[in-house]
Design a protein around this ligand. Sequence first.
Ligand code: ACO
Length: 406
Amino acid sequence: FRQIKELPSDFGTMIYDPGYYNTAVCKSNICYIDGEKGVLEYRGYAIEDLANNSSFLEVAYLLIYGGLPNNDQLTLWSTKIMNHTFIHENLIQLMKSFRYDAHPMGMLISSMSAMSTFYPEANPALRGADIYKNKALMNKQIFRILGKLPTIAACAYRHRIGRPYNNPINTLSFTENFLYMLDRLSETNYKPHPTLTRALDKLFIIHADHELNCSTATMRQISSTLVDPYTAVAGAAGALYGPLHGGANEAVLRMLEHIGSVENIPSFLEQVKQKKQRLMGFGHRVYKSYDPRAKILKDVTNEVFDLLGRNPLMEIAIELERLALTDKYFVDRQLYPNVDFYSGIIYKTMGFPTDMFPVLFSIPRAAGWLAHWVESVSDPDLRIFRPRQVYLGKRGLKYVPLSQRS
Ligand code: ACO
């Protein structure tokens, strides 16, 4: 603690808390984590029950509206979202203007940001803050963002592999349609395998929310300015892109490829202990035991392997996990596998290129971002985020004209 009171309106006491690790910036009813016990709940429901019994859209509804939908509500919700899967022709042109090798996450972030110009009804600067009092208008933006994100993601993927973009098919399920748009070879000859659809749907469920992770905190921070939700989601996606957050599963794959074989693991772990390397996919700011999502993913991995064959990197991953979990260095620091340790291997086995990994994270996490958007803009305690700093720089220097500087 440090006593700081510059203005009469300052509260006087400030906490120096880099990264806000010990600061609660909101009250929330959306997601509960017990990092010591490895518990994760969405709106009070255990992640294991949701992953095993629900669909992603059911979970998205739960996160945003606070309760599980009944049959009619789920049908209406799914229809609304699937009716918003087409993207504007000019947005397609914008996406086509990117370099042939553009990172799909860069394309996703830019396209989401551009969507704010396609839907000015969501822009409080044009409409006044009344969008936040109009539930129907807010819902429409939710349908659009959740409906169009998979289409944008699929276009970004098709762009990267130099193939024409595909139109969505609204009668397929959310996840089936996404897989269809990625790989359609002709009008008729591609139908996603149900095992892969279910595996990806489970991945979407476990990635849908994780309380105030960096991207969701970014979503809340940007939303606190009352900007439109497209701009806020683009900003949140920007935070997710970083290698310490949504980019971690990509980094895990690169690490496993770099290790190359089981024999090289001990020397790699030595380098980690000497802090020359970081064990990607291990450690978590909140979980100080096994990440419950990583446990679910281990089962999904086996379901995908049964269909597509075992990925050779899995041998390295399993041995790496075994050695790390029995090594005092990692035990002392409570470093366990996190959700990213296995997700990259599953995506790779399913045929996704590594630069699609953060995109595959953004699609479901948008449900969480939007749940936090709704909760935050409806919160009577909402104030614009404005952290303070401890200034350590110089003051009162005499200005030297350019011509006199040595
Ligand atoms: N590999 C090696 N050492 C680690 C790792 C790691 N992955 N994570 C933490 N440590 C060590 C630190 O070096 C530190 O050691 P020290 O006490 O000797 O200095 C100690 O463990 C504590 O580290 P902190 O930095 O305090 O851990 P923090 O909880 O702040 O970090 C983070 C969390 C950023 C996720 C970190 O564990 C990490 O970088 N992991 C790898 C990246 C990753 O997998 N990210 C995905 C997170 S999940 C998600 O975003 C969905």
